[in-house]
Ligand binder design. Structure first.
Ligand code: HEM
Length: 394
């Protein structure tokens, strides 16, 4: 095995990615992983280099699980005009001013219903009872999907996620993803039919009609892979980011007290720190267009390169004590939403939603503490979050 090859299994990195990244950053910052069939780039500067030079690292990559399982053209794996065409359909609905105009109406009723349904005489699983329902409903409603319930939406993103992380082409993960896509197609058919008859102001409608000549529209087949990307990222990640932040706060009661003292700016910083500390999305995946040197290592043309955002966020050269959750650290940058032309189109929706969901929870309950008898466990490397998060609420 050459010294630019790294040896770990998919199970290893799903269980404990951060110790692998720390080792790689130190000894092997640009390393080929046979388990993931990808080069891992783990230092901040190299991650920025890969994600901001599209002529050297293209987004189009037929080897990427999202392309294999969601199809083409998927927004995150499209370049140039096709990418611009898809992005202009999604982005306007998620710009800061637009988000500010609707976020309260979307999040508050869902949060209120979730809190009303909680039995606080025993520990409550905040993943299941609060953050995931808010996350899936906020995105689905903003997207124009109004009549699909929480349980179904959660099944959608769990099923889609298994495809998006299927680096090892596991047949069971592939099967579940295919089944999920068929269910989404069936549930979305009436939504598409409605918009095909009468365009509206939803992102789905924008994706279909924006910039097209009068009377023409893009086909369902053309936009569907990007719809799946947006549904998955949009429904899953803010819930995960909010859970990661809450763990940081519950593990650090002094920092929780500071946030309670200022549910504005301090909470904003806490959420940014929560998604730095444990990044909900691990990578931006690119393909080399030519032989290219990254951090002193030559990667051949046509290789898949994972720019590991989660690792950049823990780069010791950029963040002091990077493994520590610290809401008062200087804000030197954040890799969690990606870099370059593909940086997260839903960033402002995600931040606003996470802040509001946490604020409502802290305003409702004076005491929120971890239930140590049912400890949380983080899982995943490409998508990382606790599987459960039991807390005492009073
Ligand atoms: C904490 C929450 C979120 C995180 C950490 C996150 C992170 C990311 C990252 C890292 C990328 C870049 C992927 C790549 O280049 O391969 C991305 C892209 C994207 N995200 Fe998010 N995301 C979040 C929430 C959302 C939400 C709520 C939406 C809903 C609209 C969304 C929609 C998208 C879309 C459409 C893209 C593709 C952009 C493009 O390729 O041009 N994300 N996100």
């Amino acid at each position: 095995m050459s010294d630019t090859t790294t040896d770990f299994s998919v199970e290893d990195i799903e269980r404990d990615p951060y110790s692998i990244y720390a080792r790689l950053r130190k000894d092997n910052p640009v390393a080929y992983s046979p388990a993931l069939n990808s080069w891992l780039v783990t230092r901040w500067d190299d991650v920025r280099f890969v994600t901001t030079n599209p002529e050297l690292f293209k987004a189009e990559d037929d080897n990427a699980p999202v392309v294999k399982y969601f199809g083409k053209p998927a927004i995150i794996h499209a370049d140039g005009d096709v990418h611009r065409e898809l992005r202009q359909g999604v982005a306007p609905h998620y710009m800061p001013k637009k988000v500010a105009s609707y976020i309260d109406d979307l999040v508050r009723p869902v949060a209120r219903d979730c809190i009303a349904a909680m039995d606080t005489s025993k520990p409550v699983d905040l993943v299941d009872a609060y953050f995931e329902p808010i996350s899936v409903l906020t995105l689905a409603r903003s997207f124009g999907v109004t009549d699909v319930d929480v349980a179904t939406l959660r099944d959608w993103f769990h099923g889609l996620a298994l495809g998006a992380i299927n680096f090892s082409d596991d047949p069971e993960r592939a099967r579940i993803c295919e089944e999920t896509k068929a269910k989404i197609d069936a549930a979305m058919a009436p939504v598409f039919e409605r918009i095909e008859k009468e365009p509206d102001s939803s992102p789905l409608s924008h994706m279909m009609y924006h910039g097209m000549p009068e009377g023409e529209r893009r086909s369902r087949a053309f936009i569907m892979p990007s719809v799946l990307v947006t549904l998955l990222g949009g429904m899953q990640e803010p819930g995960h980011g909010a859970c990661n932040t809450m763990i940081g706060l519950m593990e650090n009661p002094d920092q929780m007290a500071k946030v309670r003292g200022d549910l504005g700016e301090t909470l904003r910083r806490a959420v940014a720190e929560g998604v730095r500390w444990v990044a909900p999305i691990g990578t931006q995946i690119r393909a080399t267009t030519q032989d290219i040197e990254i951090g002193g290592v030559t990667v051949p043309a046509g290789q898949t390169v994972s720019a590991v955002l989660a690792s950049a966020n823990r780069d010791e050269g950029v963040f002091a004590n990077p493994d520590r959750f610290d809401i008062e650290r200087p804000e030197t940058g954040l890799a969690s939403f990606g870099f370059g032309a593909h940086f997260c189109a839903g960033k402002w929706l995600a931040l606003a939603q996470m802040e509001l969901a946490i604020r409502i929870l802290l305003e409702t309950f004076d005491e929120i503490t971890l239930d140590r008898s049912q400890p949380y466990e983080f899982f995943g490397w490409e998508f990382r979050a606790p599987t459960t998060l039991y807390a005492h609420l009073s």
